[in-house]
Design a protein around this ligand. Structure first.
Ligand code: HEC
Length: 137
């Protein structure tokens, strides 16, 4: 199979754009509505920034803290929460978790983790940012 060069570049440029958007959301440059479970009021954008609580860990090592540093290994390697069944994140269940505050095996996350209202596009951007390594790191 031959891959056309320009098509490859196009794809790379789209990925790069999505990755940057993911970074903007993570660092709060692009705000997304967020709430604490059980509360009606939205959190102020500066409180809901992912980076306030999480580190986007590019080391590739899975670590556990109260708000875990979010590396591709931490997200994508199967593990358990509080003795529940094993799970790993992929794009769809990652988005579900961000929206619902419930992990893929239906274990409710700590209330400190807000619930986010984000589009599929924004979620994909975040997923790419957290799971891919790119030049601008
Ligand atoms: C105010 C602090 C706070 C903010 C802001 C926050 N989180 Fe969290 N997040 C947490 C805590 C604490 C946990 C751990 C919950 C648990 O283990 O029960 C968590 C858990 C998670 C998990 C689940 C990880 C796992 O181990 O299953 C993901 C994914 C996640 N956060 C992504 C995000 C993203 C993306 C954003 C921004 C859009 C964000 N968080 C913003 C505190 C926060």
């Amino acid at each position: 199979m031959t891959i056309s060069c320009s098509a490859g570049n196009q794809e790379e440029m789209t990925l790069q754009k999505q990755y940057r958007q993911g970074k903007d959301i993570f660092t709060g440059k692009e705000a997304i509505p967020a709430m604490i479970s059980g509360h009606q009021a939205r959190l102020p954008p500066q409180v809901a920034r992912c980076i306030n609580c999480h580190v986007p860990d590019k080391s590739g090592v899975a670590k556990k803290e109260s708000a875990p540093s979010l590396s591709s290994a931490w997200l994508q390697q199967a593990r358990t929460r509080r003795g529940g069944p094993a799970f790993a994140y992929e794009r769809e269940n990652f988005c579900k978790t961000l929206r619902s505050g419930v992990d893929p095996e239906y274990v409710v996350l700590n209330r400190a983790m807000p619930r986010f209202e984000l589009s599929n596009e924004q979620c994909l951007a975040l997923w790419l940012y957290l799971t891919e390594k790119r030049d601008d790191e």
